[in-house]
Design a protein around this ligand. Sequence first.
Ligand SMILES: C[S@@+](CC[C@H](N)C(=O)[O-])C[C@H]1O[C@@H](n2cnc3c(N)ncnc32)[C@H](O)[C@@H]1O
Length: 219
Amino acid sequence: MSTTSTTTPGTSHPGADRLAYGELEISFDDRVLRPRPWTAAQSRWAADLLRTAPPGPVLELCSGAGHIGLLAVHGSRRHLVCVDANPAATELTAANARAAGMADRVETREGWIRDVLRAGETFPLVVADPPWVPAAETGRFPEDPLLAIDGGEDGLVVVREVLQALRQHLAPGGVALLQLGTAAQAEAVGEALRDSGLVPGELREYGDRGVLLRLDRPA
Ligand SMILES: C[S@@+](CC[C@H](N)C(=O)[O-])C[C@H]1O[C@@H](n2cnc3c(N)ncnc32)[C@H](O)[C@@H]1O
């Protein structure tokens, strides 16, 4: 994947910029986390899974500028629902969907995960990228917005909110790809899901950048 970065003259928010993310060009600024090129691996894995996933829209939790979900569904006809508590994130996601010619199949929902999913709605594929840095360690990342990285006391507070959403909204036969910081966090997630009906599967590790954990809900 090529990555280029260019300044965007005349834009209104500090740090406004664009970069190539797979086949897409993604706009972002200082109000959200700068897109990390390695996370396209989550999109690619999701796109592979989509070929055999049950019908229905894809859910992206903690979307930031929306790049992971947009790249995941770009080569398909799937609809995408993007959730983020930061209004700047949903604004940028909508703009990035328009730029990619995908506005007619991308819905943004601004709010906490626990508040914006509707009773009874289910998704065959979920991608999630919650904050996972323990609160006491967020000072290691001074350039990142706190809301994007602060995972609470043990780093897993928002991850648990994601897991609760998966329990309620991952369709039978569905798959979720969860981004976490470390293999130890993935193990903790496995423990938290014991007897939940969600089954932890393959773990892909990307050095000190993060890990991706597959979770299945058997049909
Ligand atoms: C690690 S960032 C990931 C953003 C994006 N996926 C990326 O790769 O840059 C986490 C995102 O989750 C959002 N967020 C944090 N807590 C949330 C919550 N409880 N409900 C919804 N969104 C939340 C933040 O605003 C932030 O955009």
